[in-house]
Design a binder for this molecule. Structure first.
Ligand code: UD1
Length: 419
C-alpha cells in the first residue's frame, strides 16, 4: 500500500486550484440514471470514489467519457437494476442509485453500503422515505430489494433529524414520482442546492433547496443537460487549515468562502487572515501561532463534520486549549490517537475532544483511518518537525485530487512512496 512521506516545517506559498466537490459530484452522477439522454458534468474531480461510481453506473448501462474534468454520462437503457455488494460496499454514495433505478424502472436490488468507518451510518431514513413514496422494500442477505410497479407517488417526508444522504436520495427519487413531495427538516448543505440545480437543468421541478422545507413536483420524464459541479468546500477548508498549522499564504483558486459556513468564522477566530476575491480565497497566517477555538460539528451552515479532523490538527499546535465536539457521527475521533503519536495533547471523552496546543509536533509514522482523518495527519505532518510517514494513503485518493502535486507546488516536501 502506498504511503506519504512528509518533511514538515516548510510554510506554504502559492496557488492551489480547488477541485469540484466530491460529495456533490457523486450525487449528480447518480442523477444520470434518471434520463435516457446525455448528462454532461463539468468540474468533476478525478478521484477513486468517482471511478468507483463510474464502474457501478457502467454496469447499470451508462456509457461515459471522462476527459479532464468533464464527464458525460449517457444511460440510454438500463441493463441491470442490481447494484452488487462489491461495487457498493466501498463507498456509501453508491447506495444513492437505489432511488433513481426505482423511479425509472420500478424496481432495484442494491447492496447495503459501506464507506468510511466513522460510525454506524444507517440508511433507515432513506428507506422510510422511499416507502412513504409507495415503494415495497425488503431486506435480504445484505441487499435492499425494492419495487414500485405502479411508480412512486409524492409524499410528505418529515426527517426526524437532518440527513444529507436521505435528503439527496429522496430528491433523486421524487423528481420522477407522481405529484408533490415535501421534504421537511431537509439538509441545507450546498451539495443539496447543487443537486437541485442539476435536476432542474434536466427538467425537474425542485423548489427551495437550501431551505429546511424542499418541495418537488414530479415530472413524467427528465432530459439531458449540462451542469457544473460546485467547488469542494472541504478541500478548501483543509488547505486553509494547513496554512494555519504550518504558516504561509495560499490563494485557493475557484474556492467560494460562502460555502464554508461556520468553518470560515472559526478560521478567522483562530487568527487567519481571509480575503475573498473574485473566484478565489486568499488565506494568510501572520501570527506565530493560531489561537485556540472551540467548535461543535453541526449540519450546514454549522461547522462541517468533514472538517473536524483537519481542525483538530490545526488546534494541536494552537496557543491554548480548545474543545471539539462531534455531534454527527459517534466514532469520528480515530485521528486523535494518531495525532497524539506526533506529540499532540488530546483527551477524548465521549463526543468531546479537548486539545491543548503544543508549540511543535514531532514527525512519526501514523496510520490513516478514514478519508478526512488522513488529511488531518497530512496537515499535522506538514507542521511537524522531522519526517512523518502516513500509511494507508488510499483513503486520501478517495477524496483529495492530486494532493501531493498541489502541496509540492506550494513548497511542501511531500512524496508518495510506492510499495
Ligand atoms: C454526512 C454529513 C455530510 C458529510 C458526509 C460524509 C451532516 C449532517 N452530514 O452525510 O456533511 O459530507 O457525512 O462524511 O453533517 N442517519 C441515520 N439514518 C439514515 C441516515 C443518516 O440515522 O438513514 C444518521 C447518521 O448516522 C448521522 C446523521 O444521521 O448520525 C447524519 O447523517 P447523514 O447526513 O445522512 O450522513 P451523510 O449523508 O453520510
Amino acid at each position: 500500500m502506498d504511503k506519504l512521506a512528509i518533511i514538515g516545517g516548510r510554510p506554504l506559498y502559492g496557488e492551489i486550484p480547488i477541485s469540484g466537490a466530491k460529495n456533490s459530484a457523486l450525487k449528480v452522477m447518480a442523477a444520470a440514471l434518471l434520463t435516457d439522454e446525455k448528462l454532461t458534468l463539468t468540474n468533476v474531480p478525478r478521484l477513486a470514489d468517482v471511478d468507483m461510481l463510474l464502474r457501478l453506473l457502467a454496469q447499470h448501462g451508462a456509457e461515459y467519457n471522462f476527459d479532464n474534468s468533464t464527464l458525460s454520462l449517457h444511460v440510454k437503457d438500463i441493463f441491470s437494476t442490481e447494484a452488487p455488494y462489491d461495487l457498493v460496499r466501498k463507498m456509501r454514495a453508491s447506495f444513492n442509485v437505489l432511488g433513481p433505478l426505482l423511479a425509472r424502472e420500478g424496481k432495484a436490488k442494491v447492496s447495503l453500503p459501506g464507506g468510511c468507518a466513522i460510525g454506524a451510518r444507517p440508511v433507515d431514513l432513506h428507506l422510510k422515505a422511499l416507502t412513504a413514496m409507495g415503494a415495497k422494500i425488503e431486506l435480504d442477505e445484505g441487499y435492499v430489494i425494492a419495487e414500485a410497479p405502479d411508480g412512486l407517488k409524492g409524499a410528505v417526508i418529515s426527517l426526524p433529524f437532518v440527513s444529507v444522504g436521505a435528503t439527496e436520495h429522496t430528491m433523486l427519487a421524487a423528481v420522477l414520482a407522481g405529484g408533490e413531495t415535501v421534504i421537511e427538516n431537509a439538509a441545507r448543505e450546498p451539495e443539496i442546492t447543487d443537486l437541485a440545480d442539476c435536476l432542474n437543468a434536466m427538467g425537474a421541478r425542485v423548489k427551495d433547496a437550501g431551505r429546511s422545507t424542499i418541495r418537488i413536483e414530479g415530472v413524467d420524464r427528465l432530459h439531458g443537460a449540462e451542469h457544473r459541479v460546485l467547488p469542494d468546500r472541504i478541500e478548501t477548508g483543509a488547505y486553509a487549515m494547513a496554512v494555519g498549522a504550518v504558516g504561509g499564504e495560499l490563494t485557493l483558486m475557484g474556492a467560494d468562502g460562502g460555502l464554508l459556513g461556520a468553518a470560515l468564522a472559526a478560521l478567522e477566530e483562530a487568527g487567519l487572515q481571509i480575503e475573498e476575491r473574485e473566484n478565489s480565497l486568499c488565506i494568510k497566517k501572520t501570527e506565530e501561532r493560531c489561537k485556540a477555538v472551540d467548535i461543535v460539528t453541526q449540519p450546514f451552515p454549522g461547522f462541517p463534520t468533514d472538517l473536524q479532523a483537519q481542525f483538530m490538527a490545526l488546534m494541536a499546535t494552537a496557543d491554548g486549549a480548545s474543545t471539539i465536539k462531534e455531534t454527527i457521527f459517534e466514532n469520528r475521533f480515530m485521528h486523535a490517537p494518531e495525532l497524539s503519536r506526533m506529540g499532540a495533547k488530546i483527551s477524548v471523552d465521549a463526543q468531546t475532544a479537548t486539545v491543548r496546543g503544543v508549540e511543535r509536533l514531532k514527525g512519526a509514522p501514523v496510520m490513516a483511518t478514514d478519508l478526512r482523518a488522513s488529511m488531518s495527519l497530512v496537515i499535522a505532518g506538514l507542521a511537524a518537525e522531522g519526517q512523518t510517514m502516513v500509511n494507508r494513503v488510499y483513503h486520501l485518493d478517495r477524496g483529495f485530487e492530486r494532493l501531493e502535486e498541489k502541496l509540492q507546488n506550494c513548497g511542501a516536501l511531500i512524496e508518495r512512496v510506492k510499495d
